[in-house]
Design a protein around this ligand. Structure first.
Ligand code: ZN
Length: 426
């Protein structure tokens, strides 16, 4: 494979935040404090944490949780107390509070990069006899269903040889969907923590078998949960923000033209309108309902992107406003740059900063998924995508409307295409 040389921005201060360091053991008074804070945050919520097959389980173990919203952390805390838990956290969680995250024993990484030290830190936590908690989907589920699970997860489990518990949350996405975190809805939160593997079982299983089992236990669909549990979401704004994930009109096939208001989702191109019912089903206001189930619409969009990738017609280019994060104290505005995304080269970000050109490339096999932030609060509340290298992160705000979800699909589909080709060659 040809080697990619990145040319980094001409920073005045070239120092980077060092993610390659071991986390401290969480002090027990902080475990208690986190528990108290979590209980306070969850005070008025309808919640249940159920434990399955966990009797007699002692740490160390790995806790793998699905990722829907911030309250995942609080619910995990309810379920794991009084054990000490070290969480793997992305670097933007460290923004202006690295000391706090270091203090509670979090392990810092940059999303969707190859972080060799991460494995060392994980093993360190387990060797101390504590709980290692990871959110392997690595970002909030965009549409309330399982998002990407990396192939490397099975190998990690195999290597660590400790029991594995899967925490599956239901309702957290509906409460604060990634596409509209600010407007919360009242829903029942249900968390199930299940021990799915013990050390002896892991020894006998292949990495592929472990991955298959993890995938099975990570299956979830919050909209199905809504429809089947029978509760109602009565907030009038319940469809707002949906256009960020349902960006393609099933009637006229135009992209980035969907909009929402209240409980309605509509296409500004052809005028077709849908209403999201209090029961979790979408219905066309007139004519055919192409998708009554939101994740079906979302998966159809993925299929469309897959077809573009497999037929070779996919390509993306846009002017982006870039803010980088080499350290945790600030974002550095790098100004405008060009972002290219192609089937052969992956992402190429090229721009100029303080009089010098920079160029950041992430090849298809280097990026198995994409970190998307809808209305990212830290820089400006608009949608952005983050292209991370092993020691820097570039938050790119596209000029084109509503393209982040499609870019995420394309990243995963392009990775898969190259991954399949690599496996065929072996
Ligand atoms: Zn349309």
């Amino acid at each position: 494979m040809k080697r990619i040389e990145n040319i980094e921005p001409n920073y005045k201060n070239p120092k980077k935040y060092k993610t390659a360091k071991y986390p401290i053991r969480q002090p027990i008074y902080l475990t208690q404090l986190i528990q108290v804070l979590s209980k306070m945050m969850l005070l008025n919520k309808d919640k249940q944490v159920e434990k399955v097959n966990m009797e007699g389980l002692k740490p160390p173990f790995m806790l793998l949780s699905n990722h829907q919203a911030f309250c995942d952390f609080e619910l995990v805390s309810l379920g794991t107390y009084p054990l000490r838990v070290n969480n793997v956290v992305n670097i933007d969680g460290y923004y202006r509070r690295a000391w706090l995250l270091e203090w509670i024993g979090a392990i810092c990484t940059r999303k969707f990069t190859t972080d060799f030290h991460l494995v060392k830190s994980i093993r360190k936590v387990l060797s101390r006899g504590d709980v290692l908690c990871m959110y392997p989907e690595a970002r909030y589920s965009p549409c309330g269903v399982t998002s990407y699970l990396p192939e490397s997860l099975g190998a990690l489990v195999k290597m660590c040889k400790v029991p594995v518990v899967v925490a599956k949350h239901r309702g957290n996405h509906l409460h604060a969907p990634a596409y509209n975190i600010k407007q919360k809805r009242r829903v029942p939160h249900r968390t199930t923590m299940t021990k799915i593997l013990d050390a002896e079982q892991i020894k006998k299983m292949s990495v592929d078998d472990i991955n298959a089992l993890l995938r099975k236990h990570f299956e979830y669909d919050d909209y199905r949960y809504w429809q089947e549990s029978g509760f109602k979401i009565t907030e009038g704004y319940r469809a707002e923000g949906l256009e960020k994930v349902l960006y393609k009109c099933p009637k006229c096939k135009s992209e980035g033209k969907m909009a929402t208001r209240g409980a309605e989702l509509y296409c500004t191109e052809c005028g077709k309108k849908y209403t999201l019912g209090e029961d979790g089903f979408l219905r066309a206001n007139e004519g055919e309902t192409e998708f009554s189930h939101i994740p079906d619409w979302f998966n159809w969009e993925r299929e469309c992107v897959r077809e573009e990738v497999r037929s070779g017609s996919y390509h993306f280019e846009d002017a982006v406003d870039v803010h980088s994060m080499p350290r945790t104290n600030s974002f550095i505005p790098l100004g405008n740059a060009t972002l290219n995304h192609s089937i052969t080269d992956g992402f190429i970000l090229s721009g100029s900063y303080r009089g010098k050109e920079y160029r950041i490339q992430r090849t298809p096999l280097q990026t198995n998924s994409l970190h998307v932030e809808y209305e990212f609060p830290h820089i400006k509340p608009l949608d952005c995508i983050d292209i991370s290298t092993e020691d820097d992160s570039f938050y790119c705000y596209p000029t084109k409307a509503n393209v982040a979800t499609k870019l995420a699909f394309a990243t995963e589909e392009i990775y898969l295409l190259h991954y399949e080709r690599t496996r065929e060659r072996i």
